[in-house]
Design a protein around this ligand. Structure first.
Ligand code: NOJ
Length: 775
């Protein structure tokens, strides 16, 4: 198969995949009038600043380059006035007047910051996720931007990888649904609408499978896993019309994605018919020399172009080398033309040729940011993203009788961390922090606060691939601070212990071998738990944490991730019970650093993990066989009963569909949301299949006593496996419905009577669901 892919890729390097697709007279006419230099200019994306210092590199020299047609796009710029001026020079002063693309990492909001992507994924609420992306687009476009490098749709099953915070977690079905939602949110009904921006599905592909969880490291992925796990969210994003994709830094089996015709030209362009704009990651084209697949900058440029990369992000390599490369090897010319077509097509789709200034309107910019409506979406998103991991004895919500409440742990006052890793124009002063919000929500309680340890800013500890320096925070144990925390706890009726990780421990280039708490936080948790006071742990973190002891000892744990500008009030809403938590984990929590990678969707193996240590099975001897908290896990302030899982037919051919439904009843005393999850298993197939695979979900709101029938429409394509294409095999398919991957409440079985072949990756087929009230 791989040989076939490579052969096809080689054949395709002389074809013009985008050419056939443009069908745009304007693009073709423009292209025909361009000089080689002007074409190369279009492929050049230049930093106008840095992520944390936007516009800092915009000077007269940059403007002059625009005038000469040497730049096709800027990144890390913002501001309607600045962008309008750059656009004016491009449109009015360059020879052909081609407008510019302006890109930025608008990842979980532009000015109104929402929960980080992993948190949003925990909402299991695609409509909400779409709404947050829409608000981000409204604000970013008002500041002149027309392109975001989001969503990151990399599946990640290793929490050591710091970028788990940027994605939707471990599951390709959930990842595909949320990829679609984000693309729709950013791009709206039409890209030509000035409040829409181009979405970028990144990083194509396999970036989340980095060896050892080390950012940028190689991935070695089987062809089946690539198709079944890593590619589906990209397929879903492509189907949703994502205007752009970014290739990833990593290599797969020695082939860097920055120069990977078999995946980019064959799978993405040819098989999926994708005609959007493909941009490299930051400086990734020159880095082909570090990968040691190119000996010179010119070879690197040629390899990336052959690999199907249209635009060079920040590498300055296409602009320096492509002319020489094309002159030396004219077979590159059609590929160069196609790359230019993709850039021009993106500009046309955005409506930039007709209205280059629609997104750079200072009046709209002044009115658009952080409006009350946007804050309301942020509050709702934050509320819905929290996951109640544990709640022994129903210690939460906080009882109205609680008079003395201790808030302990420096993260409680770290509003900066609430903003998460990418923050565009989010500002700390826009965050509504936890402690004042709690005081407001609990007017009759006395709230005391103790830091518990000393967070100390360290000097720059890491520089990302994007050249950003980062200030890590060292958490230093301090006897005095610890003693004060213990006294504060002792003098309270209830402790809210806020622990986790500083925001800058997750994100790009933030891989760690140890994903437990810092020593200082560990000591603090220990001391506070030792007081014997009831302790509610509030986690703030960007990745799953290995915290087995804390999970054992603390009666309640609320996962709050990094929730954005409405963090404080939203957490207070949940703690006080004005809202029941309803989020679910989009990624498993391991019990130990060494227990990764891990996923609920593993294969059974010949010796399935068994609790009995006398038997030799696929497990660690020093850990239980279960995760600390499983994929899909999350509690509420209520309880739900499930009826039997019913299917409306017992067998299915290669076409048609089956409806699986279940009645879910809220048997508790408060209104709450249940996330009803549908899993499948193909119990006997020609290759070993995962023990569970998510195939549908629905977040259902239920009043106390209320029951609803939740139905899922499934088709054979969703049961397919990858064997040289997507195919089903005749035989049984087991269906499971439940409240989490480890909390299955109902089962059913259907029989596939025929083999079938399908074009769409099984996890990228969205399962329609409905709910109806049962009297
Ligand atoms: C590098 C990151 O990998 C990518 O996700 C990001 O979009 C670019 N830098 C631009 O900031």
């Amino acid at each position: 198969m791989l040989r076939f892919l490579l052969a096809a890729a080689l054949a395709l390097t002389t074809m013009s995949p985008a050419a056939a697709q443009t069908g745009s007279p304007r693009v073709e006419s423009l292209l025909s009038r361009m000089t080689l230099d002007e074409k190369i200019g279009q492929l050049n994306q230049v930093p106008g600043g840095r992520q944390r210092a936007l516009n800092s590199r915009l000077d007269a020299a940059a403007l002059e380059r625009v005038r000469r047609g040497e730049i096709g796009s800027f990144l890390h710029v913002a501001g309607a006035a600045q962008i309008r001026e750059l656009q004016r020079v491009a449109v009015e002063e360059s020879r052909l007047g081609v407008p510019l693309l302006f890109g930025m990492d608008v990842v979980h909001g532009y000015k109104t910051l929402f929960p980080v992507p992993l948190a949003l994924a925990a909402s299991w609420d695609p409509d909400l996720v779409q709404q947050t992306a829409h608000v981000a687009a409204v604000e970013a476009s008002a500041a002149g931007l027309n392109w975001t490098f989001s969503p990151m749709v990399d599946i990640a099953r290793d929490a050591r990888w710091g970028r788990v915070v940027e994605g939707a977690g471990e599951d390709p079905y959930l990842g595909s649904i949320l990829a679609t939602a984000q693309v729709r949110g950013y791009q709206g009904a039409s890209l030509a609408d000035p409040s829409s921006i181009i979405a970028t599905a990144k990083h194509f592909v396999g970036y989340g499978a980095a060896n050892g969880g080390r950012d940028y490291d190689s991935a070695d992925i089987s062809e089946r896993t690539l198709h079944e796990v890593y590619l589906p969210p990209f397929y879903a994003a492509a189907q949703a019309g994502a205007g752009s994709m970014m290739t990833s830094f990593n290599d797969i089996a020695g082939v860097p994605l920055t120069a990977h015709p078999a995946l980019v030209r064959v799978v993405l362009r040819r098989d999926w018919g994708y005609d959007g704009l493909i941009v490299s990651d930051w400086n990734a084209i020159p880095e082909l020399m570090n990968h040691a697949i190119a000996g010179t900058p010119r070879e690197a440029g040629a390899a990336a172009l052959r690999g199907g990369v249209d635009m060079d992000m920040a590498g300055n390599l296409y602009s320096a080398e492509l002319k020489g490369a094309v002159e030396a090897d004219p077979t590159l010319l059609p590929m160069l033309d196609d790359a230019v077509r993709a850039v021009l097509l993106a500009k046309e789709r955005l409506g930039l040729f007709d209205d280059p200034y629609g997104r750079a309107d200072p009046a709209r910019e002044a009115a658009a940011m952080l409006t009350p409506e946007h804050r309301a979406v942020a509050r709702e998103a934050a509320r819905r993203s929290m996951v109640l991991l544990k709640n022994d004895g129903d210690i939460l919500p906080i009882a109205a009788s609680a008079r003395r409440i201790a808030v302990i742990g420096a993260l409680a006052e770290d509003a900066n961390s609430s903003l998460g890793s990418w923050r565009a124009q989010g500002k700390v002063e826009d965050v509504r922090p936890l402690i004042p919000a709690l005081r407001e929500a609990l007017p009759n309680a006395t709230l005391t606060y103790a830091q518990g340890y000393r967070p100390e800013a360290a000097q720059v500890v890491a520089v990302t691939a994007s050249g950003e320096g980062a200030q890590a925070v060292h958490e230093v144990s301090d006897a005095e601070a610890l003693a004060e925390a213990v006294e504060t706890a002792k003098a309270s009726d209830l402790v809210l212990l806020v622990v986790g990780e500083h925001f800058d421990r997750s994100g790009e280039a933030r891989s760690y071998t140890d994903i437990g708490l810092s020593a200082a936080q560990d000591a603090l948790a220990d001391a506070v738990l030792a007081t014997g006071k009831p302790v509610v742990v509030i986690l703030m973190n960007g990745r799953p944490l290995a915290i087995p002891e804390l999970a054992e000892r603390a009666p309640a744990i609320l996962e709050t991730w990094f929730l954005g500008v409405e963090s404080g009030p939203a957490i207070a809403d949940v703690l006080t019970g004005s809202v029941s938590p309803g989020g679910r984990l989009p990624i498993s929590f391991p019990r130990a650093n060494g227990a990764m990678p891990m996923t609920y969707a593993h294969l059974p193996t010949g010796r399935p993990a068994a609790e009995d240590l006398v038997r030799d099975t696929a497990r660690y001897r020093d850990q239980p066989i279960t995760p600390l908290f499983a994929f899909g896990h999350g509690l509420t302030y209520s309880r739900f009963d499930y009826g039997p899982l019913e299917v409306d037919r017992a067998s299915l051919g290669a076409t048609g569909g089956v409806t699986a439904s279940v009645v879910v009843r809220n048997v508790g005393a408060v209104a709450a949301d249940e996330v009803v999850q549908l899993y499948m298993r193909d119990p006997v197939a020609s290759v070993s299949r995962p023990v569970q695979q998510l195939r549908g979900f629905r977040r259902v709101a239920l009043a106390p006593g209320q029951a609803k029938r939740v139905s899922f429409e499934l088709t054979p394509a969703q049961f397919a496996l990858w064997t040289d294409g997507w195919a089903t095999e005749p035989g049984a398919i087991q269906l499971m419905v439940g409240a989490a991957s480890d909390d299955i409440r109902g089962r059913a079985e259907i029989t596939l009577t025929e083999a079938g072949r399908f074009a769409t990756p099984a996890p990228a087929v969205a399962t329609p669901s409905t709910e109806s009230i049962v009297p």
